[in-house]
Write a protein that binds this ligand. Structure first.
Ligand code: 0RA
Length: 651
């Protein structure tokens, strides 16, 4: 093995760890799951390898193409996978990389800087889970090719021509007998490639979808490139928020041998919006890098405010939270041997990273605050405001607690279920008292509880914390759930282990108001009880849109959720006869169904359709909520216009 990074990387340097059969046998162990997420993961895996080449300084361009048959090609202009002979394995290095798990060259520290980690299972995994895979390598003036089926080579590594450039092309066809879906979603890949472009400044990432061609014959295509990295990322994240001041604070440095890049800015909102990454992986559970960031931020700002003497003068005890209200930040570190902990393996455990990030953020703030006294004062004022609001919220919370204790705990409007096992229990949050009444009559009272909501709940995106405690509707939801927000130590802490239901189902009318209420409730969970979503407890009910009935045969009727189902039912019922003896009812509100119908179509676990609320990409989710629920109108209008055709609403 080469001892230094700049030594030639030969086939022998690739270490061989374990075989590929295991991947096909237990795919979920390697890529997380075999649904939509796992399918897209295959693309990330290949792109990660290209990004590794970029991090090593040899690649500037990555092109991803979705083909008409949902196969994928990833082309990069890196050095190309080595093709020389691997003595130990007795085959070409290319074949080793493609057919041996963990053989990407990543498992030897000295080869080059690496991404990997969570996704770092290697391209061989992608190969194993594809019915067909073709790799083309341009290297040393020649072009090489090898083809595989389900991870097994079906050709030798063949020299197929000459090349005046270098690079790798991986084409793969995901195995439909392994994945539950093989259809790629443009927006999912688009979001990830945009994120990667911001995280790796100077690398161009392009996505082309050959399944959608416009009237001029051009394929749908996006290209991402960021000159300034996280500095532009923070601006993008705050696109639909009002900046407290224009500047983005930014540092790109190396501390104790750990590359650290940080960007932060303040906006006028009340939410904290910090995204952290390790080796390009979004660490949603945080970890030592985030701890270091918070510690450095709190200490630096506190020191500055102390210097001004305002804390002493105003007699206010500041807490860490106060420094993060209205803060948007991105922290990205590259760690050689990351330790990932936590439930979803997205919490960084390496203790040495904490002080590296602390030093970096302190250095950055030290310079900025010193050189920008006006902006620094604006931040300090905002922090004082946050501290006062937190103290007001604590009082409101205490009042709410006292009321809860004297009132027995559960809200009067709740029709609770009799079972006490949270795993079996469901809470329906229902739009309006009348639908709430039907739901109470129609439900299974052992396991289903009903809480009617009176119209639009508070938009928490625009409200300060104390207003959340003061809102009746929100405190009813919290009381029903058995959850409290905030302790004296941490104003946002949530005692999720006390939750009384493992399914919380939002049930609203299929109209504009219903969609709005649905979004308000989801925003409450996303901003204040994210764990409920992360644990998979939050759902949206899907009432049917039509009832198709035959007038001749009274028992012939069908509920329909889509246009296709409606047409199919009419066709089936008419059976070659006259279209007039069939009646189609268009449901708009839950209230148009009687309790029995509501049970049958929307609540009964055997028939109903539920949409689980998930967070695929925390950056995209945050941006969507800030845009939909925030102050800036133009981006919202644009979004609604662009997405109106997808929404299942009757305006
Ligand atoms: C092993 C070693 C080297 C590069 C790669 C793998 C590599 C893999 C992929 C997958 C997609 N694009 C890729 N580009 C490179 C090091 C090569 C050297 O030292 O010349």
């Amino acid at each position: 093995m080469a001892e230094e990074n700049n030594k030639a990387y030969t086939g022998d340097s690739i270490q061989v760890l374990e075989g590929l059969e295991a991947v096909r046998k237990r795919p979920a162990m390697y890529i997380g799951d075999v649904g939509e997420r796992g399918l897209h993961h295959l693309v990330y895996e290949v792109v990660d390898n290209s990004i590794d080449e970029a991090l090593a300084g040899y690649c500037s361009n990555v092109e991803v193409t979705i083909h008409e048959d949902n196969s994928i090609t990833v082309v990069d202009n890196g050095r190309g996978i080595p093709v020389d002979w691997h003595k130990k394995e007795n085959k070409s290095a290319l074949e080793v990389v493609m057919t041996v798990l963990h053989a990407g060259g990543k498992f030897d520290k000295s080869s080059y800087k690496v991404s990997g980690g969570l996704h770092g299972v290697g391209v061989s995994c992608v190969n194993a889970l594809s019915t067909k895979c073709v790799v083309t390598v341009c290297r040393d003036g020649k072009k090489y090719r090898q083809e595989y089926t389900c991870g097994k080579p079906v050709t030798a590594v063949e020299e197929i021509g000459t090349a005046d450039k270098t690079g790798t092309e991986v084409a793969f066809w995901p195995d439909g007998s392994i994945f539950t879906t093989t259809e790629y979603q443009f927006y999912i890949l688009e979001n990830r490639l945009r994120e990667l472009a911001y995280l790796n400044k100077g690398v161009r990432l392009q996505l082309t979808d050959l399944r959608s061609i416009d009237e001029n014959g051009n394929a749908k295509s996006v290209s991402f490139y960021s000159e300034e990295g996280l500095k532009q990322f923070a601006t993008y994240l705050d696109e639909s928020r009002e900046a407290l001041f224009g500047d983005v604070m930014y540092i790109d440095t190396e501390k104790n041998g750990i590359p650290v890049e940080i960007a932060l800015r303040y906006n006028t909102s009340y939410t904290e919006n910090v995204h952290s990454y390790v080796n390009n992986i979004n660490t949603i559970e945080g970890g030592t890098h985030l701890e270091g960031f918070r510690r450095g931020l709190t200490r630096s700002l506190k020191k500055y405010a102390d210097g001004l003497g305002v804390l002493e003068k105003q007699k206010i005890e500041i807490s860490g939270d106060d420094f993060r209200e209205g803060l948007t930040a991105v922290v990205s570190v590259k760690v050689q041997e990351p330790l990932f902990e936590g439930q979803t393996k997205t919490k960084l455990g390496n203790s040495e990273v904490s002080s590296a990030v602390d030093q970096a953020v302190s250095e950055m703030l030290g310079y900025y605050l010193e050189e920008h006294p006006k902006e620094a004062k604006t931040i300090v004022d905002k922090v004082l405001l946050a501290a006062r609001a937190r103290i007001a919220a604590r009082k409101a919370r205490d009042v709410q607690r006292k009321n809860a204790m004297s009132g027995g705990g559960l809200p009067g409007k709740l029709a609770d279920c009799s079972d006490r096992n949270p795993e079996k229990c469901e809470l329906f949050l229902v739009e309006g008292d009348s639908a709430g009444g039907s739901a109470k009559q129609g439900r299974d009272r052992h396991t289903q509880a009903i809480l009617p909501l009176r119209g639009k709940i508070l938009n928490v995106e625009k409200a300060m914390l104390h207003r959340i405690y003061e809102s009746d509707e929100i405190s009813n939801i919290m009381k029903a759930l058995g959850i409290t927000i905030g302790t004296d130590e941490d104003s946002k802490a949530v005692n999720i282990d006390k939750i009384r239901y493992h399914k919380i189902i939002i049930m609203c009318d299929a109209d504009v108001d219903g969609s709005h209420i649905e979004t308000l409730v989801m925003t409450l969970f996303f901003r204040y009880m994210k764990e409920v979503i992360e644990k998979g407890y939050l759902y949206v009910a899907c009432p049917p849109l039509y009832l198709v009935k035959s007038q001749r045969k009274k028992d012939l009727q069908r509920y329909c959720w889509t246009e296709e189902q409606r047409i199919a039912a009419i066709e089936e019922f008419s059976n070659g006869e006259n279209d007039k003896s069939i009646v189609v009812t268009r449901y708009k509100g839950l209230g148009e169904m009687n309790p029995e119908q509501l049970w049958e179509t929307t609540m009964c676990p055997e028939n109903r359709m539920l949409r689980q609320v998930t967070i695929e990409n925390s950056v995209a989710a945050d941006a969507a909520i800030a845009m939909l629920m925030g102050d800036e109108v133009p981006p919202r209008r644009q979004f609604i216009e662009e997405n109106a055709k997808f929404a299942n609403i009757d305006a």
